[in-house]
Design a protein around this ligand. Structure first.
Ligand SMILES: Cc1ncc(COP(=O)(O)O)c(C=O)c1O
Length: 427
């Protein structure tokens, strides 16, 4: 009957009405989605033809010539895996090696949770994918729960938990006067949250502020979490970038571990291995025992299966090759330190240049903050002037991606920042 109906609709021209273009209302109600703040910065930068232009928006590492870097350890791993039989799918041995080696980086090589296999770990689509998996798992296992996020936090955290239908609350984090941590207000919010709440924490190199609690403060936070029975979810996107030392940057997590918390951690190799395009990450959730870990892992695999099945193979092979080869891992450790050092040095140069120009404002926070980002204190109007008059691009909140600052552009940048802040104030 359907066939007869369709045949009668063949037109005189010989074209079926089914293949003739016609307007349809399927997507008429769809409006453009709001632009991601970082994408907008990149677009404006690319459209600018000035030879002086500087992109301080994107949070990916650049060398001192402003170029993206392929680490030597990655080149070595490429050579080692060349010709591997990996096109079909990654073997479970390789993917579990990635997880085993990743969790050692955060919990410590000799950690009991690893020896006792008390963790549910899965490879994930970089840090974003690991956060998304956890948000979904949180919704399914604790449907009534909320997530407490620092104010401010990486803008995509809001999208991720909102897409998982987990309601969000914020907790105090940044003090815009001191451009440091608002520790007292943070502790108050932790204390006042209902017992057993989920909290998102940045273990190091906080994005966008570059402000981290010190060791003593982490100990106090961990203690209060214990008292309140809160669950800490650590989003580790920049391990190594704060101090240059992978273990030191995991100190916050190790403190929580020592205090006997169950916790979860999202890891990304986008920045610290320069593998942004390969989307390699890991999600691990600590459990009471091995049996619980197996159950939790099976649920995570189940979520991933329906979302994207499995992640691309090449990046997993690269990371697992580097982490399981002592020489390559040692080289990687050195290369991470070098990247962190370059950023630290350029922070000092930028602060020094502003002081030399006679700026009356306090720029101490440029060197007090750590990691890839500096929340400069520039107002949206000053950021706008920097783009329009000086071809310097950053997000409207005044966040500078320090990786975009180089020996070649730092004095131009300092001049521009001095010019737009001369008669003004900081946010
Ligand atoms: C705090 C934080 N978490 C997670 C991510 C996600 O990183 P990726 O998905 O590129 O690994 C980022 C990236 O900017 C970030 O800043």
């Amino acid at each position: 009957m359907w066939r007869r109906y369709l045949t009668t609709r063949i037109s005189a021209s010989g074209y079926s009405t089914l293949t003739r273009p016609r307007t349809s209302k399927w997507w008429d109600h769809v409006c453009p989605a709001p632009k991601d703040p970082i994408t907008s910065v990149t677009e404006a930068f690319l459209a600018d033809t000035s030879p002086h232009k500087i992109n301080l928006g994107v949070g990916a590492y650049r060398d001192d010539e402003g170029k993206p870097v392929v680490l030597q350890c990655v080149r070595d791993a490429e050579t080692k895996i060349a010709g591997s039989d990996f096109l079909e799918s990654v073997s479970s041995a390789v993917s579990s090696r990635l997880v085993e080696e990743s969790v050692k980086l955060v919990y410590g090589r000799d950690s009991d949770v690893i020896k006792e296999e008390r963790f549910a770990g899965v490879q994930a689509l970089s840090g974003t994918g690991a956060c998304r998996l956890f948000a979904e798992f949180q919704k399914r296992s604790h449907p009534e729960s909320r997530i407490y996020m620092p104010d401010p936090t990486w803008s995509n955290h809001h999208n991720i938990w909102s897409d998982a239908k987990v309601p969000e609350r914020t907790f105090h984090y940044y003090n815009s006067d001191s451009k440091g941590l608002n520790f007292a207000a943070l502790m108050d919010d932790v204390k006042n949250a209902p017992d057993g709440s989920f909290f998102l924490l940045h273990p190091c190199a906080h994005n966008p502020t570059g402000v981290d609690p010190n060791e003593e403060q982490w100990r106090e936070i961990s203690y209060l979490f214990k008292v309140k029975n809160h669950f800490p979810f650590f989003d580790m996107a920049y391990q190594g970038f704060a101090s240059g030392d992978l273990d030191r940057d995991a100190l916050s997590i190790r403190i929580f571990l020592e205090d006997g918390h169950l916790l979860a951690c999202a890891q990304s190799f986008a920045k610290n291995m320069g593998l942004y395009g390969h989307r390699v990450g890991c999600l691990s959730i600590l459990c009471n025992d091995k049996k619980q870990a197996i159950a939790v892992r099976s649920q995570l695999q189940n979520i991933a299966r329906a979302m994207y099945s499995s992640p691309p193979v090449h990046g997993i092979l690269l990371v697992s090759t580097i982490l399981s080869d002592p020489n390559m891992k040692a080289l990687w450790t050195k290369e991470v330190k070098a990247m962190a050092n370059r950023i630290r040095t350029i922070r000092t140069t930028l602060k020094g240049s502003l002081e030399q120009l006679g700026s009356s404002l306090n720029w101490e926070h440029i060197t007090n903050q750590a990691g890839m980002f500096c929340l400069s204190g520039l107002t949206p109007e000053q950021v706008d002037r920097l783009a329009r008059e000086f071809h310097v691009y950053m997000t409207l909140d005044g966040r500078i991606s320090m990786a975009g600052v180089t020996t070649g552009n730092v004095s131009y940048l300092a001049d521009a920042v001095h010019e737009v802040t001369k008669f003004g104030h900081q946010a």
